[in-house]
Design a protein around this ligand. Structure first.
Ligand SMILES: Cc1ncc(COP(=O)(O)O)c(C=O)c1O
Length: 429
């Protein structure tokens, strides 16, 4: 890592081909051992680097795309058209048209508007498209104190309710009216994440079979498989943990977590689905892992300087939330190693912060590392997902990405952006 940081400069994303492939193959095997008909669709949005996508495609992945951009990436990475499925709540006419032109395997539809739009475009093009319906449980809170404002916020953040997909009532309605959409055939149902899907979809599948005689080819349980590389915490968790430490207790917010291994996750999903489907014909189970597959990338950053202020020690590094964006109020705590002092014990508690001009730009607060100084290189683990594809150019161009191949050779799989790249599309007027 030290050598890579020196040779390629920092910040730098680093992937290990063997880890990526082994993780993907382990995931597939876990499901394939438990069930005969499995379709593993890598969620392109989690890491849309063309080499990463191509490597997974070569190992037999299908692709789950969530936008026209994702679709173009998947095609460019060589995914065959009939190994691509299209999800997402925003599919404008052009995106649908392209998906139909490309004759992709399945489009997972989220609303009546989308059904009608897709049916119309397919009719205009004279094609028939296989679709899935995204079903949404829209759970109601059991607590009477739950106010409508809180409910709205929960829905907006997808805590309890979520705007994606058809409510159960609407999904039944869609099956009842399915003959109206002559250019579409409903071949699957889906929802995300797998925990919800596993509980919700099989009983729904039984009921649509009983009511309408509909038999689904695909049961898509989405993603959400935890690679165990980052602990998600809220601001409140951080404050409570700080108070714990103030009264002499040990911090609980470490990156170390116990997540169930994927073999037992796969087995319990399959057992539950099989039991719940009863005597229904077995569908293909579709899974859409993202983080589980690509999280293992490392972000290398350099210490620009160390500063003492306000009773804290601040370690200012050259990459922050521009490269590790966060969402829904959650922050991720990841393993951090000072690469050039990897054998040293942690000696001090510091705040590691990024190079941006806003207060939330921190990587980790109150973390223990060996004494750090200017030019040290930090390896931040578990940075491969929702980072490169969600990074931005606020104040700094995006960094390079390298891949270590199985022979230990380093391949540049994305060039570092230049200042010119950032300004490329601007026009002086
Ligand atoms: C529909 C759908 N499928 C797959 C994924 C990938 O999820 P994860 O990276 O948690 O596996 C997501 C992520 O939000 C999603 O919304």
């Amino acid at each position: 890592m030290v050598e890579l940081g020196k040779n390629y400069g920092t910040p730098l994303f680093v992937f290990d081909e063997e880890s990526l492939i082994q993780t993907f193959e382990r995931f597939c095997k876990a499901f394939e051992t438990a069930y005969p008909k499995i379709m593993v669709c890598y969620s392109i949005k989690t890491n849309n680097n063309l080499t990463i996508c191509k490597l997974l495609r070569e190992k037999g992945a299908f692709a789950e795309v969530s936008s026209e951009l994702d679709l173009v990436v998947a095609l460019k990475a060589g995914f065959p058209n009939d190994r691509i499925i299209f999800d997402g709540p925003f599919k404008p006419r052009d995106a649908l048209k392209r998906a139909l032109e490309e004759r992709i395997l399945l489009i997972n539809v989220e609303s009546f508007t989308e059904l009608e739009r897709l049916n119309r475009i397919a009719g205009e093009m004279g094609v028939k498209q296989g679709i899935g319906l995204r079903v949404n449980p829209f759970r109601k809170s059991r607590f009477s104190t739950y106010t409508s404002l809180k409910r709205l916020i929960d829905a907006a953040y997808c805590n309890i309710d979520c705007r994606y997909g058809f409510s159960l009532e609407d999904a039944y309605e869609a099956f009842r009216r399915s003959l109206e959409w002559k250019n579409l055939s409903i071949e699957g149902i889906m929802t995300h994440p797998y925990q919800t899907a596993t509980k919700l979809l099989p009983p729904f599948m039984r009921q649509i079979h009983e009511k309408y005689g509909a038999e689904m080819k695909y049961l898509n349980i989405g993603g959400g498989f935890d690679p165990g590389t980052a602990r998600f915490v809220t601001g409140t968790d951080m404050v409570l943990d700080f108070l714990r430490q103030k009264i002499g207790l040990k911090s609980k917010l470490t990156y170390e977590m116990n997540v169930a291994n994927i073999e037992s996750v796969a087995k319990s999903i399959v057992d539950e689905i099989k039991q719940s489907l009863g005597r229904l014909r077995e569908p293909t189970i579709v899974v859409e892992p993202g983080r589980y597959i690509s999280a293992s990338g490392i972000l290398l950053v350099s210490v620009d300087h160390v500063k003492k202020a306000g009773g804290y020690k601040w370690v200012i590094v050259d990459g922050g939330t521009n490269l590790l964006p966060y969402s829904s109020g959650f922050r991720e705590i990841r393993k951090i190693v000072v690469a050039n002092k990897a054998s040293k014990q942690p000696e001090e508690v510091v705040n590691i912060v990024g190079p941006l001009l806003y207060s939330e730009d921190f990587i980790n607060l109150r973390t223990s590392i060996p004494e750090t100084s200017e030019a040290d290189i930090l390896s931040i683990f578990g940075c491969g997902s929702y980072t490169i594809s969600r990074s931005n150019q606020f104040l700094h161009p995006r960094p390079a990405v390298v891949l270590i191949d199985p022979n230990g050779e380093v391949e540049l799989i994305r060039e570092k952006e230049t200042f010119e790249d950032v300004m490329r599309n601007d026009r002086i007027f």
